[in-house]
Ligand binder design. Structure first.
Ligand code: NAD
Ligand code: UGA
Length: 466
């Protein structure tokens, strides 16, 4: 039983793609709650505080409007982690949990060291009763470690400090984060303290229907997040495996998608073939799932999920091989234009973007590549392709104009489904390219009947008449 009646102040540790948008929506929907977003990254916090809303560190449709409405009213960004933990009754931990790069589990397990560090900070700075919420995606059973740290630190320190630990995973997708947060399919809250669960529920009830709020035990909540991402990623690998079969057989992936997606049990969503899933989470979370399955003595389960990643890697490899084959088996001294570098449209995020792997394959073939993306900063691409020399010396460059990028190129590869690529005048592009010129559409953006009126050679994913 806790004696908290109402939440007046929230702290969120981690001002990233989840922490920033999620807290912005909470602040917008709950004007009576003060929301403090804290982070150790000064540059990131400065960008969140930038008066020029186009400089926010995260691009998401609708986000800048909300920030403009609530920032410095009831939403605050700061690097003073301790101060805002101490002033808050509820602390979200929304820090990154990347794949571990060292020691046991390297390359598979999730690295929860930042989450542990934050938990220690909460133990140190919290005052009174504090509800600690796992917002980050973490291995199942992490709440046990969080509780252990909070409880042991509490006994040496201040007996008035007490804690409840909840799991409240985030299901937003980048590019639609604001829509997803404002109108979620569900809110999942895992825990064993009903008072704490009800206080968190009360926050969401400001805008979410009660029937959409699911409560479970801690472990179901933690594991459901991994399971959801695994199911979603599995659908992409499934449809991508069929895209390859379509190309071999004369079937068409769009027709297949319609035929199978109209079965209500399968459903029509998340069946778009493409260059494979990217983003910071699907691969990381499935790797973590395989690690956990092995850890719990279930190698068959691990092998099953590993195959989702294998197909994803293969899809990128086979796109590269297709390009190579169509261009007479050599890319040396050829210019390839990459249209889209973000891992999906409507985000500036390039983490694990299929474009990175595909560009690296092309660069290893000695191609010269020019990259265009309407939202990704050149500095991000610099980091992603840091092992490769920029064009001055031979290899790659970034262009802010896709027509300039297309000029004299031998091939264009569409890798991100940005709207602007849908409106391209292919007759104009045709005149700019070196012949024979190829267009590879890995996102099914182009209407084949339109481009086929040009003299461009055309390949589209899952299109049986390629
Ligand atoms: P991110 O890298 O964009 O942001 C994490 C932030 O945490 C960074 O700004 C970092 O500086 C900060 N941080 C790290 N250690 C810290 C510490 N000790 N103290 C204070 N700040 C610290 O990550 P993200 O994309 O927001 O993801 C966060 C978590 O949410 C991950 O576990 C991820 O799996 C999960 N998730 C992400 C998404 C998504 O779409 N990106 C969706 C759902 C869930
Ligand atoms: C995904 C999930 O959709 C979210 O529910 C989850 O919260 C999030 O991961 C997370 O845990 O990080 P996100 O990665 O942001 O969200 O974006 P998605 O829309 O899922 O796309 C992921 C990748 O799959 C992208 O590269 C996208 O292009 C690709 N994709 C998606 C396809 O190739 N086909 C599809 O039909 C859908």
């Amino acid at each position: 039983m806790i004696n908290l009646k109402k939440i007046k102040s929230i702290c969120c540790i981690g001002a990233g793609y989840v922490g920033g948008p999620t807290m912005a929506v909470i602040a917008d929907k709950c004007p009576n709650i003060r929301v403090n977003v804290v982070d150790i990254n000064q540059e990131r916090i400065d960008s969140w505080n930038d008066l020029d809303l186009s400089k926010l560190p995260v691009f998401e449709p609708g986000l800048a409007d909300i920030i403009g409405r609530v920032r410095n009213k009831n939403l605050f960004f700061s690097t003073n982690v301790g101060k805002f933990i101490s002033k808050s009754e509820l602390v979200f931990i929304s820090v990154n949990t990347p794949t571990k790069k060292y020691g046991i589990g390297a390359g598979k397990a999730s690295d929860i060291s930042s989450l542990e560090e934050c938990t220690r900070q909460v133990a140190k700075y919290a005052t009174g009763h504090t509800i600690v919420i796992e917002k980050s995606t973490i291995p199942v059973k992490t709440a046990a470690a969080v509780k252990a740290i909070l409880e042991t630190t509490q006994s040496d320190n201040d007996l008035n400090k007490t804690f409840s630990v909840l799991s409240n995973p985030e299901f937003l997708a980048e590019g639609t984060a604001i829509k997803d947060l404002e109108n979620p399919d569900r809110i999942l809250i895992g825990g064993d303290d009903n008072d704490a669960i009800n206080l968190l529920k009360d926050i969401y009830l400001n805008w979410v229907d009660i029937n959409k709020i699911i409560t479970t035990n801690l472990w179901s909540s933690e594991l459901s997040k991994l399971a959801s991402n695994a199911f979603l990623a599995q659908r992409i690998s499934s449809i991508n495996s069929f895209s390859a079969l379509c190309e071999e057989t004369g079937a068409n992936i769009d027709e297949l998608k319609r035929a199978i997606g109209t079965d209500k049990r399968i459903g029509q969503y998340f069946l778009n073939a493409g260059p494979g899933f990217g983003g910071s989470c699907f691969q990381k979370d499935i790797l973590n799932l395989t690690y956990l399955s092995e850890h719990f003595g279930l190698p068959e389960v691990a092998a099953y999920w590993e195959q989702v990643i294998n197909i994803n890697n293969w899809q990128q490899y086979r796109i590269y091989k297709t390009v190579l084959n169509k261009l007479f088996g050599t890319l040396s001294n050829k210019k390839i234009s990459i249209f889209g570098f973000a891992f999906k449209a409507d985000t500036n995020d390039t983490r694990e973007s299929p474009a990175i792997k595909i560009c690296k394959y092309l660069l290893d073939e000695n191609a010269s590549i020019v990259i265009h993306d309407p939202r990704v900063n050149e500095s991000n691409i610099d980091i992603d392709l840091k092992d490769y020399i920029k064009l001055k010396f031979s290899k790659w460059e970034v262009s802010s104009d896709f027509e300039l990028a297309a000029k004299d190129s031998d091939a264009i590869i569409i890798l991100t489904e940005w709207d602007i690529y849908q409106k391209i005048d292919w007759f104009k592009i045709e005149k700019l390219m070196r012949k024979p010129a190829w267009v590879f559409d890995t996102r099914k953006l182009i209407e084949p009947n339109v481009i086929k009126k040009t003299n461009l050679n055309f390949w589209q994913i899952g299109y049986g008449l390629n």
